[in-house]
Write a protein that binds this ligand. Sequence first.
Ligand code: AR6
Length: 181
Amino acid sequence: MTATVKNIGRGALELQRGDITALAVDAIVNAANVHLQHGGGVAGAIVRKGGAIIQEESDRIIAARGRPLETGEAVITTGGRLPAKFVIHTAGPVWGDGDEDAKLRRACLSSLRLADEKKLKSVALPAISTGIYSFPLDRAARILLAAAAEHLAGQTGLERVIFCLFDEWTFAAFAAALAKT
Ligand code: AR6
């Protein structure tokens, strides 16, 4: 796997190519929907590998709140059988819904803040919203990396923030954006 790293503050912003469900980090971030119904994309892969417990815990979170997530909000469940201890679920924006840039930034920042609240040290994120939700890839890479860099430059206990990119073109877009971050 190719890796690219940029040190920011006391932490590292890293790019990896591969399957996020294979990473033994404290938490992986799920590109979820506001109802936390984990069907397709990376969400489906997380539940298939981590087990039904992740969907069950997600359902309990929604039931306890009595309403769906807002776009850009983040919540946490255990990781089930995944190598990651936790899954942080955030709902990114659907391209075309309006105010997409700010919502994508918020999805990244709220996930990292939640990781800090739980005193986690390592978090991996996918390219939120760039699959089924059709957010333009280069634009998403720039926004997500800028948000993660800003978080690492501030008050954080996070040591590693990893963007785990599934395919070659997504990795290439993030590598190009990281060079300009
Ligand atoms: N590891 C890392 N990245 C992955 C993996 C994986 N195992 N599988 C897919 N990706 P998407 P969205 C990449 O569609 O656009 C779901 O149904 C994928 O190639 O998963 O935010 C949810 O429940 C792409 O680069 O998320 C929501 O309804 C990125 O992950 C909706 O899709 C995000 O693609 C969310 O859509």
